[in-house]
Design a protein around this ligand. Structure first.
Ligand code: PMP
Length: 455
């Protein structure tokens, strides 16, 4: 099956997703259609993915083990899903596609497979999933660059300075989960390769918004999560070069990863591990999760990624223009206003505790965003200009911007977002800043919630 449609469709309307008709109650009375604007955390399932999974579900069977018809069908589907993902990512001959649970799982798998003595280089601005898995390696945390060019120069300097020049791995995010800004992946990959280092791309936020071509970007590995790619069925992907992966001990030891196990005369066991992706997929594979990811890959490709990008960029421009009209709003950015970005935008509002603002967007407008430090604490602290303090009572306004902005608010959207959600969001921000919240809020377990006592 080819992922590239002969005649691309024009995507002027959002792709159908689940939850588009869900009504949620407002504290002020009545109900409103839920505006899911937290795609960066988890995107709603594409209707297409849900339909494909539902159509397959009666045929579900165990993978790689059963002699029965449904088991064989499921095994075929699982392997076809692998091939679909390989095509979606533009994998090279010999690349492995390993199904994991998530991006976090994929990067931990790779971390467990890096050869002993490998030096790892990570920007401090990364999501914790990219920042933290390298526990057994010598890690160099690179300071936050303020331009894409500075990112490349910083990496070049760090790689040039390494002593001795042994194996090295760079881990970089494709699009920031905080600012949505695109990182210069191709340039970073070239810089790494020119210095004998390898590079893994954390595409958790890139893949849902932008085509990712592993060969064209010339990265060694790519990791992403199904639940951010409209396929929330508990699976993720690590794809890329096979040598380290197939030389490493299996990520999990158990059935599925082993080809042959035999007792030794001395009482131990001998194990032959698989020398394919199965080596790192011990246990019963999540065939529905893998199939769902493949279905999402097909659906995005069939819609025409260029058209999806174009439509999303129109939404990005609308949100940014709307926020720019409110002087109290400060959008967070590492690379500056003109930096290209996906549909992920974080901001703070002068005079507002971010948790309070996010709670009011939800309770009074039916808009779901996220507030916090977004599992990228060092980056958000850099962007906010200092260490965040413990959240105060809701409604206790922050004072000067940057000084007491406790955390940020993030709005994120994608292929399933209707224009109305974005318009409602922009209007709600304007109204909340101008008129304040209509309801009273209080802190419960560190979060702002509407005060139920207000009647
Ligand atoms: N990397 C980035 C850039 C992310 O945004 C996220 C999720 N917020 C992750 C990694 C981790 O993804 P998951 O929670 O699906 O493992």
């Amino acid at each position: 099956m080819s992922l590239r449609p002969a005649v691309p469709t024009t995507v002027a309307t959002p792709l159908p997703v689940l939850g588009r008709d869900v009504l949620v109650p407002l504290v002020t009375g009545g109900e409103v259609g839920y505006a899911a604007l937290d795609y960066a955390a988890s995107a709603p399932a594409l209707q297409r993915v849900w339909d494909d999974v539902a159509a397959y579900a009666p045929y579900y069977g165990s993978v790689h083990r059963g002699a029965g018809y449904l088991s064989q069908l499921s095994t075929d589907l699982f392997e076809q899903s692998r091939a679909t993902v390989a095509e979606f990512l533009g994998c090279r001959t010999g690349d492995q596609v390993i199904f994991t649970r998530s991006t976090t799982d994929s990067l931990n798998l790779l971390a467990a497979a890096v050869p002993d003595g490998t030096s790892v280089f990570v920007f401090e601005t990364e999501h914790h999933a990219s920042l933290l898995p390298w526990r057994d390696a010598e890690v160099t945390y690179l300071s936050a660059p303020r331009t894409p060019g500075e990112a490349v120069a910083t990496l070049e300097r760090a790689l040039d300075a390494r002593e001795p020049r042994g194996t090295a791995l760079v881990c970089v995010t494709g699009a920031s989960n905080v600012t949505g800004e695109l990182w210069p992946v191709r340039e970073l990959a070239a810089a790494a390769h020119a210095r004998g280092a390898r590079i893994v791309l954390d595409a958790a936020q890139l893949a849902p918004h932008h085509p990712v071509d592993i060969a064209e970007l010339d990265v060694d590995w790519v990791a992403f999560s199904g639940h951010k790619l409209y396929a929330p069925f508990g699976s993720g992907v690590l794809a890329g070069r096979s040598d380290w992966l197939l030389a490493a001990e299996p990520y999990l030891a158990g059935g599925g990863a082993s080809r042959r196990v035999a007792r030794r005369e001395d009482g131990g066991v001998d194990v032959d591990w698989h020398t394919t992706a199965a080596r790192h997929e011990a246990g019963s594979p999540n065939v529905i999760g893998a199939y769902a990811i493949a279905s999402a890959c097909r659906a995005l490709a069939a819609a025409g990624f260029d058209q999806l990008v174009e439509r999303e960029q129109a939404l990005v421009a609308r949100v940014r223009a709307g926020l720019a009209e409110v002087p109290e709003v400060k959008v967070l950015s590492l690379f500056g206003d003109d930096a290209p970005r996906v549909g992920v935008i974080s901001f703070v509002v002068e005079g507002w505790n971010s948790s309070h603002f996010a709670a009011a967007l939800s309770a009074e407008y039916g808009i779901g965003v996220r507030d916090g430090l977004f599992c990228a604490h060092p980056l958000v602290r850099t962007l906010l200009g200092g260490a965040p303090q413990e959240p105060g009572e809701c409604g206790a306004p922050d004072t000067a911007l940057g000084e007491r902005s406790l955390n940020a608010i993030r709005v994120s959207f994608g292929a399933g977002t209707p224009d109305e959600h974005v318009e409602r969001f922009v209007g709600a921000v304007r109204e909340l800043v101008a008129d304040g919240a209509k309801w009273r809020y209080r802190t419960e377990d560190g979060r702002c919630v509407p005060d139920r006592d207000q009647a």
